[in-house]
Design a protein around this ligand. Sequence first.
Ligand code: MBD
Ligand code: FE
Length: 301
Amino acid sequence: MTDIVKSAEVQRLLDRASGVTETGGNPRLKAIMRDLLEATMQIIEKHDIDESEFWQALKFLQDGAGEFGLIAPGIGIEHFLDLHMDAKDAEAGQTGGTPRTIEGPLYVAGAPVVDGDLTRTNDVNLTQDPDDTETLTMSGRVTGPDGEPVQDALLHVWHANSKGFYSHFDPTGEQSEFNNRRRIKLGPDGRYAFRSKMPRGYSCPPGGATANLMEMLGRHGDRPAHVHFFIEAPGYRALTTQINFGDDPHAHDDFAFGTREGLLPVPDRSGGNPDIQFDFQLQKARSSEDEAFSQRPRAEA
Ligand code: MBD
Ligand code: FE
């Protein structure tokens, strides 16, 4: 009796509201909008959502708009995009190599490019600000599908400081621009090595939209300590990934669902400070599009 979404009247409403009965506009957007509206109506119907709830939900989205980039990983949608891309890759036979995982909202374009060709340099340091914590060292190789060294790769690295804050987004205002952010230009052997200050896991800003939502869902808003990477190199498919510290208490309980099998190295602390040896394997690019990162809007500095 109250299941009216499939009625002729509501279906006509959906056609008109999404513009599919008009000649102008963007056909793809129209089709997506129609399905989005219909799914929303079905949820309203299924859960008998009333006016108060609907407008309160809109107010939550309005007030929380500044945190959409954080809500998206928090509710698992950013991870789902990875799973969707993985499934398409599997169907196309484009598999293998280091798994992709979420970019997250805290990349900043324009980080300093530093020489990381290990035949010329042996000290790449990401941390320019004082940070009273252990030094992290990380090194390894970037190879292709056959284990061949990837030449002239650009390794973008970014991570939090020991308080769990990222430069450019630090609420304390204490970090200088691009602290713990670099683009490392590798040499012909594909080897990389850098040092920085050990990051702490990220937590959602207290009192913000994401933290409030997590609380209402009975969840926490914490991530394990982690280091983000973009890798780009001529002839290879661009990779967005991150390593999460395998010995962090949240290693298997990441609020953003960014941890994946194969991306959870446990640091070697036998030398006193944490050291991670980690090799990246890239896929070959099948087109120039493969070599580029997504067109996601990003912060710039
Ligand atoms: C982060 O540092 C992060 O990487 C993600 C995905 C979400 C919030 C904070
Ligand atoms: Fe992060």
